[in-house]
Write a protein that binds this ligand. Structure first.
Ligand SMILES: Nc1ncnc2c1ncn2[C@@H]1O[C@H](COP(=O)(O)OP(=O)(O)OP(=O)(O)O)[C@@H](O)[C@H]1O
Length: 245
């Protein structure tokens, strides 16, 4: 949960007194380039403390580094461009994620196998990361983020660079996480329509829309560009000069 959270860099305000409460299910975080999606995810991941306002994760106020360290065991954050040792085997990469979140040693191997099964990489568990295709790497990243089943999963533009088949596969994986609080940032309106229950549209540091995907689609009018109701409704939320996806 965020309450009146502000965030920025130098004199630039990126998030302006933002409040939101997240629930289990898949929430899309949409908005034009520079809207602050990554900044919001990094704030939720407790990587950067807010300039003002409060962040509560899993019922605990994140009011300092000590509290942040405790709640991080319940957060799986996959940055847009995540790093890995190319020589690492897939299983070791995912085990590393579980270890970072403090999954106890006795549970780690089961947690890693579960995560690899979820993303369909169990047969490639011994393969080196550098040998994986882009889509497979992205799936390994998701396994890294969900191993040990953290309560909050944050995925930053997870479908960028994936081909249509890989995107369909991704949607199937994410659908399996609907008992977890999942926030995924995306520019792709059809990914939102196919995967998410809820959509939060950010623009100018503020929340422009927060509600059910179907409710956003229902606000669409025919006088704006877009191929679907949802695209047109999304466009209507952005000032004219910023109507790009
Ligand atoms: N480390 C930083 N230092 C200074 N400014 C930054 C930094 N990171 C982001 N910004 C600025 O903050 C604003 C929000 O950036 P952010 O990456 O959160 O947006 P975004 O919605 O994720 O964008 P995109 O869709 O392009 O990934 C942008 O104007 C960006 O230039």
């Amino acid at each position: 949960m965020l309450e009146a959270v502000s965030q920025g860099y130098g004199s630039t305000v990126v998030l302006d007194r933002l409040s939101m409460s997240l629930r289990p299910g898949i929430t899309a975080l949409a908005g034009p380039n520079g809207a602050g999606k990554t900044t919001l995810l990094r704030t939720l991941a407790t990587i950067v403390p807010p300039r003002s306002g409060s962040v509560t994760i899993d019922g605990r106020a994140v009011d300092g580094e000590r509290a942040a360290r405790t709640v991080r065991s319940q957060i799986g954050y996959l940055p847009q461009r995540f790093g890995f040792d190319p020589h690492m085997r897939v299983v070791d990469f995912v085990t590393y994620g579980a270890w970072l979140r403090g999954v106890p040693a006795r549970d780690r191997s089961r947690a890693v196998s579960e995560a690899l099964e979820m993303v369909d990489l169990i047969s490639l568990r011994r393969t080196r990361m550098r040998k994986l295709s882009g889509g497979m790497r992205q799936r390994a990243g998701i396994a890294w983020a969900v191993a040990g089943r953290p309560r909050l999963v944050l995925l930053d533009e997870p479908t960028v660079g994936l081909d249509p088949r890989q995107r369909l596969h991704f949607r199937k994986i994410v659908a399996g996480l609907n008992d977890t609080v999942v926030v995924l940032s995306t520019h792709l309106i059809d990914d939102i329509a196919a995967t998410c229950d809820r959509v939060i549209v950010l623009h100018g540091g503020r929340v422009k829309f927060d509600g059910a995907v179907a409710d956003l689609a229902a606000t669409s009018t025919n006088d704006l560009p877009g191929h679907t109701e949802l695209e047109r409704a999304y466009m209507a939320l952005l000032p004219t000069e910023e109507q790009h996806l």
